[in-house]
Design a protein around this ligand. Structure first.
Ligand code: FAD
Length: 769
């Protein structure tokens, strides 16, 4: 019934009918919906989620359902379904039960094209680029073609378009499910033939050849084929009415590459012995020159003027995800490509290498377990020449896991075959964090895969662009600026996810400029010291983390009994300098593992003294980077908290001590150290986790409720001091937070005490960006 329907149905001339599309959100099905709406039909569609395409189609009149439900087809006259929709789908089953005529996507396309002369672009690789280029060129030749291509092509406007005036309809012919044989092309383009979609073609290349052969048999006028591809040549060369294209003298349409540039290629075009002229193709890569020659052969056959052809080729910009330059600067390029077959990967890598990056970093997401398994051998040599390869988990596309066909298998085979520096990325959501910490200026990052790996590329592109802008703004090569800095490296507890942007200014000027920069971008900022009072969550910190350290910030100078210290100076250094100058009052600082900045913000203290007992004044920057100075009184310090320094950032402070004597100072310092050593654990920690309740020290309370030694994962309540949680190695913030919750719960249950945390808990528990 299905085949009969597509044969007699001319959706391009038929009176309007009611049509429902199951799985309408994908790029192929949304194109069909767009064409049907253009033709005046009443169109509804269902899918699990909406996309940018469905949003656009709703404006054109699509009645979209965000879930599948049987009543959606109660009054429709035709149902079209995507190849991903199978029996068991409730709408599909209902349509069968009601006897509604049903068409596969390819058959629907045949029915739409039936009133036009069709030009089908087929082949294993390059269909989308070639069909879009053909649409662009024939449009420039004023042929008013309609088109249907399998991806978003900004230069064409939409992926599917109906022009009632033109004679021709250009479509990408999908070979993946054998429906290629449904078409009766006026012109059949054959780009290349290779093993792929082996889940469908159980008998391998023989079965694939026979589908392409049947497609060619049905061609009514001319077959245009690539002589450069052995399989295509073998399938076509014995036939009549063929036009060959390639780089050989014997080709009917021949290209001679003249110049390869970043993002474009110049080549001469010959029709037999006659030079037609020079073409500048607006997309890079030798493989794209071949695709362009296919279009030139077609356009020449349709008598499009050569100047119109070459103008359109120069203007052409590729389809989304086809060597799509997401970001480019003198430091980095991020290029996104749909390539997922080993041959496509090789061609794309070759093109990327022509851009001469210092290093080529590849990020590959294998597509489907079945393909990964069957092509493992080919994948092993596909990445030859890349400097670093990251492989994410396989994008399943609905398939069940197949043993031995995972990211690890790809990584092992690539290392074994080519010795490429390859690494598996086990957590997709964190992939960009790991890649981001390993890239450096001069890198070209190539994102490859047909699934959702482009999301990783987009995030990297966005954040590298901000990083580049910041570096330009600072114009200070000494200030370290990075993305995705792991915060566990900067906390004494040694836990914490990454900071989106990490900046280590060594001058007040660069600190101020950084603040202004992020303020203008509306990016949140957090300033840190040595991280000795911080518990940073595993999801990391969205926004900028600034750590003023070194340079001006570590300077400490003495004038009489006044000490001026930069916020990057350690408390220990301040205490030592005070001692050397026989200034008393700073002995208690010796054992506090923080910086002056953190000490000021926290009003840190010990031995009955606190930071603001010694502070005379503080210089600080506001959130827009302006410098201010306030006296200690104006700042109104509280217990372990100086609220005014929450959104203002200290850069230096003047402290005042008393006239002391070296021996006494040494003794006080020594006493403080001995006391600390005896009462505090020597392990990774964030100091006291809880504030002391009114009537009892938190450590004592925790000991009394029997929680000393209690652990969650590698986070443990210290046996030495009940108010310390130590990281025994490899603890996560989640472990520490669970342990904190447990202690709080038991303190409340057993003693009715509500413990409050002293350690600052910041960042996001889930991945923050
Ligand atoms: C073993 C151990 C013992 C400890 N003993 C004590 C103790 O006896 N007494 C005590 O009070 N604390 C103690 N602490 C906690 C901690 O050392 C102090 O709070 C210290 O002052 C924090 O300084 P930091 O540089 O590590 O700041 P961080 O932990 O990096 O930051 C703390 C806070 O200050 C903010 N901050 C940092 N720099 C600036 C700046 N320039 N401007 C504005 N805000 C800023 C941060 O955003 C954060 O909110 C101890 C910690 C450990 C690990």
């Amino acid at each position: 019934m299905k085949e009969n329907w597509s044969e007699r149905l001319h959706l391009g001339s038929q009176h309007p009918i009611k049509i429902h599309l199951i799985g309408v959100a994908g790029s192929g099905m949304s194109g069909i919906a767009g064409l049907l709406l253009n033709l005046g039909h009443t169109v509804s569609g269902s899918d699990k989620s909406d996309t940018k395409e469905t949003e656009r189609l709703i404006k054109l009149g699509l009645n979209f359902y965000g879930a599948h439900s049987p009543e959606q087809v109660s009054d429709v006259e035709l149902v079209i379904y995507s190849s991903a929709v199978k029996p068991g789908n409730v709408v599909y089953d209902k349509a069968i039960e009601m006897g509604i005529p049903m068409l596969r996507r390819a058959d629907a396309l045949v029915a739409i094209m039936a009133t036009k002369k069709s030009i089908i672009v087929a082949g294993t690789h390059g269909k989308t680029t070639t069909s879009s280029l053909a649409a662009k060129v024939l449009r420039a030749g004023e042929g008013k073609p309609s088109h249907y291509v399998g991806a978003e092509v900004p230069i064409l406007g939409t992926n599917a378009f109906w022009d009632s005036e033109g004679d021709y309809f250009i479509a990408e012919g999908d070979e993946s499910d054998g429906t290629l044989v449904s078409y009766d092309p006026e012109y059949a383009i054959l780009l290349n033939v290779e093993e792929d979609h082996l889940d469908h073609y159980k008998n391998g290349i023989e079965e694939i050849r026979s589908v392409f052969s049947e497609y060619l048999d049905k061609c009514r006028k001319k077959i245009i084929y690539c002589s450069h591809d052995l399989e295509a040549r073998t399938l076509c060369c014995g036939r009549k009415n063929v036009i060959s294209y390639g780089f050989e003298e014997s080709d009917n349409i021949r290209g001679v590459i003249k110049e390869v540039r970043d993002g474009s290629t110049d080549f001469d075009v010959y029709d037999g012995a006659k030079l037609l002229g020079l073409v500048t193709l607006g997309i890079p890569g030798k493989h794209n020159v071949l695709n362009a020659l296919a279009v030139i052969a077609l356009a020449t056959e349709l008598e499009v003027d050569f100047s119109a052809i070459s103008n359109a080729m120069a203007e052409f910009r590729g389809a989304r995800r086809r060597f799509d330059v997401l970001y480019k600067s003198s430091n980095y390029s991020v290029i996104d490509d749909y390539g997922h077959h080993p041959t496509e990967i090789k061609a794309t890598i070759e093109t990327a290498k022509q851009l001469n990056p210092e290093r080529l970093i590849c990020v590959f997401q294998p597509h489907r377990y079945s393909r990964t398994k069957m092509m493992l051998e080919k994948f092993s040599s596909a990445f030859s020449g890349v400097d670093k390869l990251f492989v994410t988990d396989v994008y399943a596309a609905g398939e069940e896991l197949i043993d031995g066909a995972d990211a690890n298998a790809v990584v092992r085979s690539v290392i074994k075959k080519d010795g490429v520096d390859a690494r598996e990325l086990t957590c997709f959501d964190r992939a960009h964090h790991i890649i981001g910490t390993e890239i450096r200026p001069g890198d070209n990052i190539l994102i490859l895969g047909a699934g959702n790996i482009h999301e990783v590329g987009s995030i990297l592109a966005r954040d590298l662009e901000v990083l580049d802008k910041l570096r330009r703004e600072l114009d200070d090569p000494v200030t370290e600026c990075r993305i995705y800095e792991p915060m566990r490296r900067h906390t004494t507890l040694k836990v914490g996810g990454p900071a989106q942007y990490w900046i280590e200014p060594i001058t007040i000027e660069s600190f101020s400029k950084s603040l202004r920069f992020f303020d203008q971008l509306n990016v949140p900022v957090r300033v840190v010291g040595r991280g000795s009072n911080l518990l940073i969550c595993d999801g990391g910190i969205a926004g900028a983390v600034i750590r003023p350290s070194g340079g001006e910030f570590s300077e400490v100078s003495v004038s009489g009994d006044l000490i001026t210290a930069g916020v990057g100076a350690r408390f220990k250094k301040l205490s030592n300098i005070a001692k050397k100058n026989e200034i008393t009052g700073f002995e208690w600082m010796e054992g506090i593992p923080g910086n002056v900045g953190g000490g000021l913000r926290m009003n840190a203290g010990a031995m009955g003294v606190e930071t603001f007992d010694q502070v005379v004044s503080v210089k600080f920057l506001d959130s827009e980077g302006r410098l201010h100075e306030k006296s200690s009184e104006e700042l109104k310090a509280k217990y372990r908290n100086v609220p005014e320094l929450k959104n203002n950032y200290a850069v230096s402070a003047v402290f005042k001590g008393g006239k002391g004597n070296l021996k006494e100072i040494e003794k006080l310092t020594q006493d403080s150290m001995v006391k600390r050593k005896a009462s505090q654990p020597i392990a990774a920690s964030a100091g006291c986790i809880f504030k002391n309740p009114d009537h009892i020290p938190a450590g004592k309370l925790i000991e009394e409720i029997g929680m000393k030694g209690f652990n969650v994962g590698a986070a443990r309540v210290s046996e030495v001091h009940g108010n310390f949680i130590i990281n025994e190695g490899g603890a996560t913030a989640e472990d520490v937070l669970s342990l904190i919750d447990e202690v709080k719960k038991r303190a409340l249950e057993k003693c009715g005490v509500k413990l409050e945390t002293e350690v600052q808990i910041i960042g996001e528990q889930q991945i923050a960006y």
